[in-house]
Design a protein around this ligand. Structure first.
Ligand code: SAH
Length: 359
């Protein structure tokens, strides 16, 4: 198996390079390239070609390799299919937005949560990702942003940084981050320290693993928390999310409010609007909207409504625009902050819930 240079310490990289009969300064050059997200050695133009070829035989730069890149028709969203050293596959998504460049990273290969509406969990959990494997997804996006699209030549990293930086991170790709909490925390620490991404620009989304939320409170950084709620009562929630058998909505919301109170942050609540295969509303009825109001009344939160995105293997439907607006109106009339999430990259299967193991 090839050595993944990104996983080596500076001292280890120096040894690796000097063992190949090379001067020590090559290690520094190589590590600069890797920290910019260089996908391979051939882009390292300040390194002799023979050495680049030698390196390519025994090593790879990052712990993830881009297998496929899909760009949405509006060119604002790019989905990367990535392969890990053990051939597991994950996806991450780069979204160019008006407020910056946001990257949606995966925290696990596959997912164990079994939510009925989601593609990520279809093949179960393969394994947790390491902090490095999560961080490398950011580097892939960063490299993309700094690469001149037309001739594939990297733009100088110290050149015009205007809009060429990853500015926001959402841990909302495949997997349940709070089943891999320590590695996700390690990743966030690194994103903050090494890439200067502010805590308030990082969002972790969970289906409601209460001990994981407690761990984030103890960790103490003022990141954003998103709760994938999707139902306003436990009975309905159990039908679509197995995790509801373990933690009640009351327990989850108690932990979530404790988190937001600690940091004085607005809680994000994600709520998919679902119909059944026949087109009857499931969790998107006016009654459900009223029940949801009771959960969030007078709290500091934003309810993101997400009309269900199609997943071929799943038998649900997406409510009509009218039903969506009726649901939202009830929230608004009761003073709840809410918005309908504009889906990005639906045409390349990169919208919420569409990420899976092989794209
Ligand atoms: N496991 C974490 C992280 C995944 S975030 C969590 O549950 O929060 C992905 C978000 O997309 C979650 O809110 C998830 O419930 C939602 N989602 C899953 N399938 C979807 C679909 N088909 N359409 C729209 N949203 C979906």
């Amino acid at each position: 198996m090839k050595t993944i240079l990104f996983n080596l310490t500076n001292a280890e990289l120096e040894k690796f390079v000097t063992d190949m009969g090379q001067p020590r300064f090559r290690a520094k050059q190589i590590s600069e390239w890797i920290n910019r997200g260089a996908p391979n050695f051939s882009v390292m133009k300040n390194i002799p070609e023979t050495l680049r070829n030698d390196l390519d035989r025994v090593a790879q730069t990052l712990p993830v390799q881009v297998i496929k890149k899909l760009e949405s028709s509006d060119r604002q969203t790019i989905k990367f299919l990535l392969e890990l050293h053990d051939s597991e596959r994950i996806e991450c998504v780069l979204m160019r937005t008006s407020y910056g460049n946001s990257v949606c990273v995966s925290s696990q290969a596959g997912c164990a949560m079994g939510c009925k509406f989601c593609a990520s969990t279809l093949l179960g959990l393969k394994r947790n990702l390491t902090a490095n494997e999560i961080f490398a997804q950011i580097l892939v996006a960063q490299w993309e942003l700094r690469t001149d699209k037309f001739n594939e030549k990297p733009v100088h990293p110290n050149g015009d940084a205007n809009n060429n930086d990853v500015s926001h991170i959402v841990v909302m790709g495949t997997g349940e981050p709070l089943q891999n909490t320590e590695n996700v925390i390690g990743f966030m620490e690194r994103a903050n320290q090494d890439m200067g991404i502010g805590w308030r620009r990082i969002t972790v989304s969970t289906c409601g693993i209460v001990p994981g939320i407690d761990r984030l409170i103890e960790w103490g950084r003022p990141i954003n928390l998103a709760i994938s709620l999707h139902a306003p009562n436990d009975e309905l929630r159990r039908k679509i999310m197995p995790i509801a058998n373990k933690y009640s909505i009351a327990e989850i919301m108690d932990a979530a409010w404790r988190f937001t109170n600690t940091h004085n942050r607005q809680l994000m609540i994600e709520y998919i609007l679902l119909g059944d295969a026949q087109g009857n509303l499931l969790n998107a009825t006016p009654e459900c909207a009223n029940e949801l109001v009771e959960i969030v009344r007078d709290k500091n939160c934003m309810v993101n409504l997400i009309p269900w995105n199609a997943v071929t293997e799943r038998e649900f439907s997406s409510p009509s625009g009218n039903a969506v607006h009726r649901f939202q109106d009830i929230l608004i009339k009761n003073g709840v902050h809410t918005r309908i999430r504009r889906e990005r990259g639906t045409d390349i299967g990169s919208a919420c819930g569409q990420l899976r193991i092989s794209g």
